[in-house]
Every structure is written in structure tokens, then in C-alpha cells.
Design a binder for this molecule. Structure first.
Ligand code: ADP
Ligand code: MG
Length: 583
């Protein structure tokens, strides 16, 4: 039963409503505001009073305006056509519009209802199926998009009929399923799902056991992220969060990418719309956008819409994961999402937690990150959602609540450092503070030993030690002066510089250096470690500095040359000569 109500109070986007019947938490409603219907979500219920958060400006709204409750939560529309689309947090389709912003009270269709898709059946009459089982498939770009038994279907069904291969739009009934009581249900190519509830429809969710390659050395070599894993990139403004995320989007070993541009400044979002469609997918040579969905909300959109956007994005990811795909979700920045939570909780006059964020901020962030993961589907195939979010802590303070809460939830930490960005040491990932907890998983260690090189994790540890020792040596040199320390300190410092310049630093805008495949990462790390294993007898620190500078230059040239090309080999030879003569 749908309830109705009347507006009794308005504070910005927070509206109180006197209801005539039951309404539930997170239920969607529409408020009639002078001929416009404003969408809103119930965020608190107290007897006959409901507090609703309006997704748009409440300008002109007055007491007594009528409210219609929908008896359902905020839902995402799922079906073929999600890829290459751009949406706002409420899944209004921004690609079909002329400008980036909709007029107030205007909502668009998420999917094209006329477009015909080439459908091929997978199931046949008589098959027993449950929610999320695959009934058929259409080609979405070059990806096999599975048409599934709707996630909301409960219990076992028998396929009564299924249409033959052919062209159909998303509203065509492609299958009729019969439940245990003999009731028939129609299935089309589209379904809806409440965004705040994780899509289940899988058999189990084991711990991630494989690595997702990104081509970014500071990630893959030193702090790898697992397929189905979680990571976050905190960093002050201008330190390279967006550049790093775009590199991961472009190069990450995933089939589907969902970019949630969450509450960033309007000009940054416009950048995504102009940049992203231009990007070429290095895996296929086609436009990256063909396998990407963009969800965006700018910071001038109302808080509730901003809050919804990350959930809409995650729901789309889970939908593709249920098809057995590798999905990568990137959210930039989750701080704006947390700020939206804060604004809402403050207006509700809830008891605030640290920095006025909601008391349960940690729990909200954790349960969101927990939706990522690798799953085993009912048919035994696997699918995954890997999630990397950025955090923009005010003033670069990593002790603030959003960073701290995210640190508890995410397993990889890529801390961008102002100091490194100032020195143009990109990507400005701090090599000491950053980590990947996946390196501690025995199954990941085994995977790396098998796929990359035996004893790989120990090599990574050794590399991190070189950086740590380099920092210590540098501190001593700074205190005691170049001549005040033994030569070994200079050597230690320069060995860490070698690791820094050759492994850590990577030019995101160079066609060769920007993407480093794993076999090349292995080759370069071994080469660098081999140099670090040697001890050189320098007469003075000037000679040491000169020697390492020459070496860094040659190795840098190698990074900029095609792997094992003529140039690459030439620089390698020069390097060998230098090392042998310098000994
Ligand atoms: P943020 O999102 O943290 O505010 P951006 O990602 O927009 O920062 O990066 C700011 C600038 O830093 C970029 O425009 C670029 O000039 C430079 N930059 C960041 N990362 C790299 C990189 N890996 N290689 C080269 N330049 C980079
Ligand atoms: Mg940015």
C-alpha cells in the first residue's frame, strides 16, 4: 500500500512530512512542488512523522505540499546499455542530454527502450533456475552481457518458454518462468535493484587469491592489489589522485569499468566527460568508454544525490560481476561522499562523531567496501569487483576520520605525498607508508611466486628495506654533512634513489613508460636489485653521486624504450660497461 503525506517543515533539503500510513526507511517519495515533482528518500521515521532528504533544490517548497510515497527504495535500472553511458547518482542518463545538468524535477530513462539487441538463449525449457542464473546473452559492445533471472526472484523456477535467437528490445519478454506453486513470471532484459542492498546471487565469496595488474609499478611491484580487492588513495589536492586513478582505469586488467565521480568540483567532472571518451583501451585498441559507465555528481548537486551515487555505481558493478566479469570500480573522491553523509546527519541534529561526521561513519564505509570482492557464481564461474577510492583529506591530514575509517576498510593504502608531488616524483605514492595487505596472504604469495618469480614477496620486502635505509642515511647526511658520514651512507642513499627513480617514478603521460607489464616489472626490479647487491668502492661522495646519476640516466632511458628493443639493449649494454668499470 502506498502512503501519502503533507510537508510540515523544511530545512534546506531536509523535509519533514506528516504521513497517513506506514512508510519505511530509505523509501522513495515524490513531493509536489508547484507543478514539479521532486524526488526524495526517507531517512528517518518517527511515528507518523518522516524526515525525507530531497535529491534536488527545495526552492519554493511550502508547508502543506503533498507527498506520494512509492513503497520501494531507490533502485538502479539494470540491463544492456549501461556501458558507454553517463549517469548522475539517480541514474538520469546524461549522455542523452545536451548539457551536463538536468532541470529540476526532470528525470530521464536510464536505458534505451527502443534499441534492439542480438539475443542468444542459454537456458532451455524445462531447466531449473534460481535468481542470477543466466538465461541468455546479448553482445554489449564486444562483451557478452548475460540476461539473468531477476535477483529479486525467490526460490527455484522452471523455464517454461524462452524466445529463439533474434533481435529484441529490453522490454520484450524473453522468458517465462514457473515457480513451485505453478505461478508464471515474465522476464525481460531489464530489472531493478535497490542500490543500498548488495546483490547476492552467488555461491560463495572466497578471499581474493589473484593479483589485478595495473601496469603501475608502485602498485604492481611494491603494493599489488588483488582482483576483487580494495584499496584507497588519500592525498591532498593536486598530488595526482585523479591521474593515478585514470591510469588504473585505462590499464587495469578488468573487463568493465565504473567511474564514480563523486561530488568533485564541476570543472573536474566536465574534464571526465571530455577526457574519458577520448581514451583508447590499450587491451583492445577501441574506445575505453565502450566498456565504461560513468556516474557523476558535482559538489553543487544536493547531498542526497551525492550520497546515492556511490551506491548506484556499486550496484552496477555487482550486476556485471554476476555475469562472471572482472569489474573495476573507481570512486573519486569518497571524501565528498562522506561530506554528504555529514551534512545529512548534521541537519537531522544527530549526535555527531569525530569532526561532526556521523557516529557510524566507519561502519558505513566498511560495509560499502565489503561489497567489493571475488565471488563464485552458482555455475562455478568467478566474477569480481575490485574497488579503489580516493580520499581528499583537508590539508593532507591523514588522521582525519574519513582516512582513518577507510584505512580500516581497505586492504591497500596508496598514500600520496605533497612533498613528492612538489618534487615532481610522480606518482607521488609514499613508498614507506603505503602498503598492500594482500602481500601477507599465503595464497597471494604463492600466486606471485608462480606467476612472477619465485620468492617475489621477499624481493619486494628487500626493495622496501633499501628505501627505508636510504631515508635513514639521508637524515644522517642532512645532520652531519656530506663529509661527516662514512661513504657507505652515500652509497645507501643513492641505492634508494635508484629504486625511487627507476621503480617508483613513472611518467603517466609517456606512451611506453606509462604502462609496465608484469614481465617487464620483474626484469627491472631484478636489474635494480642486482645493482643494489653490489658494493662499490668510491673515493669520495662526488664520485658516488656521479656514478649513480649516470646509472639512473641509463636505466631511465630503458624505461622509456620498448622492452628488449634495440635501444633498450643498447642502454643495458652501456649500463653493464659502467657497472663493470666502476667496480
Ligand atoms: P588530484 O586529483 O590529487 O587533485 P591530479 O590527479 O589532478 O591531482 O594531478 C595534478 C597534476 O599532477 C596533473 O595535472 C599532472 O600534471 C601531475 N601528475 C600527477 N600524476 C602524474 C604522473 N604519474 N605523471 C606525470 N604527471 C603527473
Ligand atoms: Mg582529482
Amino acid at each position: 500500500m502506498k502512503s501519502t503525506g503533507k510537508v510540515t517543515g523544511i530545512v534546506s533539503n531536509l523535509v519533514t512530512v506528516l504521513t497517513d500510513g506506514p512508510v519505511s526507511q530509505n523509501e522513495i517519495c515524490y513531493i509536489n512542488c508547484g507543478g514539479t515533482r521532486l524526488m526524495a528518500e526517507v531517512i528517518k521515521v518517527n511515528g507518523k512523522n518522516a524526515a525525507v532528504q530531497v535529491f534536488e533544490s527545495t526552492r519554493g517548497l511550502k508547508n502543506g505540499d503533498t507527498v506520494e510515497f512509492e513503497d520501494k527504495m531507490l533502485e538502479a535500472t539494470l540491463g544492456p546499455g549501461l556501458l558507454s553511458s553517463s549517469y548522475d547518482g539517480l541514474q538520469n542518463n546524461l549522455t542523452t542530454m545536451t548539457g551536463v545538468f538536468l532541470k529540476r524535477g526532470e528525470y530521464t530513462e536510464a536505458l534505451d527502450h527502443r534499441k534492439l539487441w542480438d539475443f542468444t538463449p542459454i537456458a532451455k525449457p524445462g531447466d531449473k533456475v534460481i535468481a542470477a542464473d543466466w538465461l541468455g546473452e546479448v553482445k554489449e559492445g564486444w562483451l557478452p552481457h548475460k540476461i539473468m533471472v531477476p535477483f529479486a526472484f525467490k526460490g527455484e523456477f522452471t523455464v517454461k518458454s524462452i524466445v529463439p535467437a533474434g533481435q529484441y528490445n529490453i522490454d520484450t519478454v524473453i522468458a517465462v518462468l514457473t515457480d513451485a506453486d505453478g505461478e508464471d513470471a515474465n522476464v525481460t532484459m531489464t530489472q531493478k535493484w535497490p542500490v543500498k542492498i548488495p546483490i547476492k546471487g552467488y555461491r560463495e565469496k572466497p578471499r581474493p587469491s589473484r593479483i589485478m595488474e595495473t601496469g603501475v609499478r608502485v602498485i604492481d611491484t611494491l603494493n599489488p592489489i588483488a582482483e576483487g580487492g580494495t584499496g584507497f588513495i588519500p592525498g591532498p589536492f593536486g598530488c595526482g589522485k585523479t591521474v593515478l586513478q585514470h591510469a588504473i582505469a585505462k590499464q587495469g586488467d578488468a573487463e568493465v569499468i565504473v567511474m564514480a565521480a563523486c561530488g568533485e568540483r564541476a570543472n573536474e567532472v566536465v574534464e571526465i566527460f571530455t577526457e574519458f571518451p577520448e581514451l583508447i583501451d590499450p587491451h583492445t585498441g577501441r574506445h575505453l568508454m565502450e566498456r565504461t559507465t560513468i556516474i557523476c555528481n558535482t559538489s553543487n548537486m544536493p547531498v542526497a544525490a551525492r550520497e546515492a551515487s556511490v551506491y548506484t555505481a556499486m550496484t552496477i558493478c555487482e550486476y556485471y560481476r554476476a555475469m562472471g566479469m572482472k569489474v573495476l570500480l573507481l570512486a573519486d573522491s569518497t571524501s565528498r561522499w562522506a561530506q554528504a553523509l555529514r551534512e545529512m546527519s548534521n541537519r537531522m541534529e544527530e549526535l555527531p562523531g569525530a569532526d561532526a561526521f556521523p557516529v557510524d561513519l566507519s561502519a558505513i564505509i566498511s560495509s560499502f567496501y565489503a561489497r567489493a570482492g571475488m565471488v563464485v557464481l552458482n555455475n562455478g564461474k568467478t566474477g569480481s569487483v575490485t574497488f579503489i577510492g580516493t580520499v581528499s583529506p583537508a590539508g593532507g591530514n591523514l588522521k582525519e576520520p574519513v582516512t582513518e575509517s577507510t584505512k580500516k576498510a581497505a586492504r591497500c593504502f596508496y598514500a600520496l605525498e605533497q612533498n613528492r608531488a612538489d618534487k615532481k616524483r610522480y606518482p607521488a605514492v609514499n613508498p614507506i607508508d603505503s602498503y598492500s595487505k594482500y602481500l601477507e596472504y599465503p595464497e597471494i604469495e604463492e600466486y606471485l611466486s608462480e606467476k612472477v618469480a619465485p620468492g617475489w614477496v621477499q624481493m619486494v620486502e628487500k626493495t622496501k628495506n633499501i628505501i627505508r635505509k636510504g631515508r635513514e642515511a639521508q637524515e644522517q647526511i642532512n645532520i652531519l654533512g656530506d663529509d661527516g658520514v662514512p661513504m657507505t651512507y652515500h652509497e645507501q642513499f643513492w641505492k634508494s634513489e635508484l629504486v625511487d627513480f627507476i621503480i617508483l617514478q613513472q611518467d603517466a603521460f609517456d606512451p611506453v613508460d606509462s604502462v609496465t607489464p608484469m614481465d617487464r616489472q620483474e626484469y627491472m626490479l631484478k636489474l635494480v636489485l642486482d645493482i643494489c647487491d653490489r658494493s662499490f668502492e668510491f673515493e669520495d661522495f662526488e664520485q658516488c653521486r656521479k656514478f649513480f646519476n649516470e646509472m639512473i640516466n641509463l636505466l631511465k632511458q630503458m624505461n622509456y624504450s620498448e622492452f628488449k628493443s634495440e635501444n633498450f639493449n643498447k642502454y643495458q649494454e652501456q649500463l653493464n660497461n659502467l657497472i663493470n668499470n666502476g667496480k
